[in-house]
Design a protein around this ligand. Structure first.
Ligand code: ZN
Length: 536
């Protein structure tokens, strides 16, 4: 009965596009900020050019404060803010966890014996909301749900709880849950990567537009970023992740699974989510405004072009939505050159360990008072603190944090209690509104620390990453949202919309009933005015 009404509804919907899609392709480009999207928009010749001929929302928002990968991906196909998905950060601390390691990774099952936050068992158990795939399968069990990504948390948070195939990159190839056999395409892409990694790989020549960006920026300890692009040494998987080969591999697996599983040709609507992660690794390793990022965005545009051309030739009725899990911005050393004198690396005194020591000294408490994962975000009162001392520890930590000029706000349970979601557009949200959208009473810290704009929470730029995201500011919140299917009437709608609007919009196109649980998003009108896909 469910299946029949679903099919009828599907026939009645969708004035905006020629026919109801049989395949939904949801692409997330990790750290693809609205700024980065628009910066190179005039140079797109491939997939991004195609997608900009559809319906363009240049001001999509990951509306919440914790603009990290896991929370961001959890909003895209659930229609819900992290406060509902439960994915409040990439990592949080659960002092009640049975294992010794109290740091919990968002996409793990910490109850599996032997797992730690660094050596974890991948699982969707922490995701509290159903994804599009979960909802499709509940409505019509014949729907196929596939998820492929460069990161496990992207694959999990978009794919959800009931995937048919889910593959993500791990250390030297694409893997899945224990016991899942790699389909032929995964095995062949993994073999190709092995071959690629067995020899040195010279970088592709820089596109002309990227050459103008070559300028060495010192980040400490003699290390520079800003090109020229380096040769990848054999076995260097970190360099693989910042090369065009990475997104290409993810897209090849996605394309291969669409073909071999005949997605879009079955009795029901199928969905494939694709997480392209290289843009994020490039952003973290080299910043967002250098030749490295330029080359990455333009190579991804080309790879997406080939992917979409193939998909169009298959004649399967499909729709693509492309967005990002969060934005990002450049490293402070180059931001300062670009007229942002306030861009700095975070004060080491804001590290949880430093706050812990300061609070312990002020209160004369021996042992730990405060624990946390980073010099911003969630701070927790340590397990050893007596219940009677807890309010004192929280108050002292708050005063200590707020005394630092780099701190924009500190929120505690009192602030979140009784907070009502702001009905105004997300551009009008206060810092508390943003923080509440990624707050979960059971998982969030006793204090939430938000840094001022352009304070980069990486203490030492010389080691590993040089730039990051995760702030409540618009450079980290604003992302493009693009819908496209062959023959679609395109237009651009500049009003602020949200990534949580993607699920109800896709649901409207295929007549998927949006039954409980209740979501945060609303349907976006993809028709330039003639007949809305929403409200049918
Ligand atoms: Zn990310």
């Amino acid at each position: 009965m469910k299946a029949i009404s679903f099919a009828i509804a599907a026939l009645m919907a969708t004035p905006a596009i020629a026919q109801p899609p049989k395949l939904i392709v949801a692409i997330s480009v990790d750290q693809f900020s609205a700024d980065l999207f628009s910066e190179y928009r005039q140079y797109y010749t491939g997939g991004l050019k195609t997608l900009t001929q559809g319906v363009v929302f240049p001001s999509g928002y990951q509306s919440h404060a914790a603009t990290e990968t896991c929370p961001g991906h959890s909003t895209i196909l659930t229609g819900s803010h992290p406060s509902k998905t439960g994915i409040i950060a990439n990592n949080w601390i659960d002092l009640k966890a049975a294992r010794t390691d109290k740091r919990i990774y968002c996409a793990e099952d910490e109850t599996v014996p032997g797992s730690t936050a660094d050596d974890y068992t991948v699982s969707p158990v922490h995701l509290k909301m159903p994804t599009l795939g979960d909802r499709l399968k509940a409505a019509v069990p014949q729907s196929r749900v596939v998820s492929v990504a460069g990161k496990d948390r992207a694959a999990i948070m978009m794919g959800g709880h009931h995937s048919d195939e889910m593959w993500w990159w791990a250390s030297r190839g694409y893997v899945s849950f224990a016991g899942r056999k790699p389909p032929a395409i995964v095995a062949s892409v993994n073999a190709r990567i092995d071959a690629l990694l067995s020899k040195p790989e010279a970088p592709a020549p820089l596109p002309a537009i990227c050459q103008t960006r070559v300028a060495a920026i010192a980040v400490g300890d003699g290390k520079t970023v800003g090109g020229p692009l380096a040769t990848r040494e054999p076995g260097d998987t970190r360099a693989f992740r910042t090369s065009p080969d990475f997104d290409q591999a993810t897209l090849d697996i996605a394309g291969g699974l669409i073909e071999s599983m005949k997605l879009g040709r079955g009795p029901a609507t199928d969905v494939i989510s694709i997480g392209l992660s290289a843009t994020d690794y490039v952003g973290h390793s080299f910043g967002t405004e250098g030749p490295e990022s330029c080359a990455q965005v333009l190579s991804m545009d080309k790879a997406l072009g080939v992917f979409l051309t193939k998909l169009s030739a298959s004649r399967v009725p499909f729709i693509v939505v492309l967005t990002a899990d969060h934005g990002g911005h450049d490293l402070p050393e180059r931001n300062r050159i670009h007229a942002l004198p306030q861009a700095v690396r975070v004060d080491p005194d804001l590290a949880p360990k430093a706050i812990d020591a300061a609070v312990a000294e002020k209160l004369g408490i021996e042992g730990f008072t405060i624990v946390g994962d980073a010099p911003f975000g969630d701070f927790y009162v340590s397990k050893g603190v007596a219940d009677a001392d807890k309010p004192k520890v929280i108050a002292t930590a708050k005063t200590t944090l707020l005394a630092n000029p780099e701190v924009a706000a500190v929120f505690t349970a009192e602030d979140f209690a009784g907070h009502k979601p702001n009905p105004l557009p997300v551009t009008a949200w206060s810092l508390l509104d943003r923080a509440a959208a990624s707050h979960d009473d059971a998982r969030s810290g006793d204090l939430l620390v938000l840094l001022k704009p352009y304070v980069t929470p990486i203490i030492n730029g010389a080691v590993g990453y040089v730039a990051t995201h995760g702030s409540p500011w618009d450079y980290d919140r604003r992302v493009p949202i693009l819908f496209w299917s062959p023959g679609m009437r395109g237009f651009e709608q500049p009003n602020p919309v949200e990534t949580v609007d993607i699920l109800p919009t896709l649901a409207s196109l295929i007549g998927l009933p949006m039954t409980a649980p209740e979501i945060d998003g609303r349907c976006l009108d993809l028709d330039a005015g003639a007949g809305s896909n929403c409200g049918k």
